[in-house]
Design a protein around this ligand. Structure first.
Ligand code: GLP
Length: 244
């Protein structure tokens, strides 16, 4: 595993964006896995700068395909905090990705289990994911694979941990509006990506980063699956690296 420790949170975004831009430059029709949450936000902003028509050596995302990691189950259609809306607002539109090439699990499906299985199959059908961008939860979750998730799990319906619902309450008007269930790529699905890139900033992620990078491989800390991967990169600022 490659660990890159930067002085500032801004540098995390610059380094991560440069890695992603490099993938797209060498393969303009790359399939990327994208994460939501606050951690990758600055990375997307940096990529938007790099893809602007006026940017020198501009990166063109128009042929890129993206698959989101996860989605809430049961939010009303068009809810601004659904990950479909977040992916559209923070990634697809700013980077100039074709909306037809942007995929998010269907959290409104009548049969969520079938929707999850179809999503897993769609990733494989697209040739798999070239690079999967990841954040990390304070409890070590990736996607919405909460502690105790099977290390070989596929895309499926999960129940959110109380801490994750509390952490994500900031995106909603009240804590009870945070959905209880989600569809998430499984740890096995994530591990199938040819490259993993995890970004984290801030001292509140230090414990999770330490367990992910230096702890034993364990479903107690789902991000420890990075240790199994042939090409995993972790980009963290000094604060998030403080437990290493
Ligand atoms: C969210 C997402 C994850 C994300 C994590 C950390 O709930 N499902 O993909 O990595 O929790 O979120 P944040 O980056 O906002 O701290």
């Amino acid at each position: 595993m490659e660990i890159i420790i930067t002085d500032t949170p801004d540098e995390v975004a610059r380094v991560a964006a440069d890695i992603i831009a490099g993938v797209v430059r060498s393969r303009p029709d790359a399939v990327l896995g994208v994460a939501t949450g606050s951690s990758p936000g600055a990375t997307y902003q940096r990529l938007a700068e790099l893809s602007a028509p006026s940017a020198p050596g501009r990166v063109d995302f128009s042929a890129v395909t993206v698959f989101a990691l996860d989605e809430y189950v049961g939010l009303p259609a068009g809810h601004p905090e659904s990950y479909a809306a977040v992916v559209s607002r923070e990634i697809v539109r700013p980077l100039g990705i074709d909306p037809a090439n942007a995929h998010v699990p269907d959290g409104a499906a009548a049969d969520a289990d079938a929707a999850a299985a179809a999503y897993d199959a769609a990733i494989a059908g697209a040739g798999g994911i070239e690079l999967q961008l990841l954040g990390i939860g304070r409890n070590g979750h990736v996607g919405f694979n909460e502690p105790s998730s099977s290390l070989s799990s596929r895309t499926r319906v999960k129940t959110l941990a109380p801490q994750t619902r509390a952490d994500n309450a900031r995106f909603f008007d009240s804590p009870d509006q945070v959905p209880v269930h989600c569809i998430t790529q499984g740890l096995g699905t994530i591990g199938d990506a040819r490259r993993l890139l995890l970004v984290a900033q801030g001292a509140e992620k230090a414990d999770a980063i330490a367990h992910a990078v230096e702890g034993p491989l364990s479903s107690r800390w789902p991000a420890s699956i990075l240790q199994l991967h042939r090409h995993a990169t972790v980009v963290v600022d000094e604060a998030a690296a403080s437990g290493l």
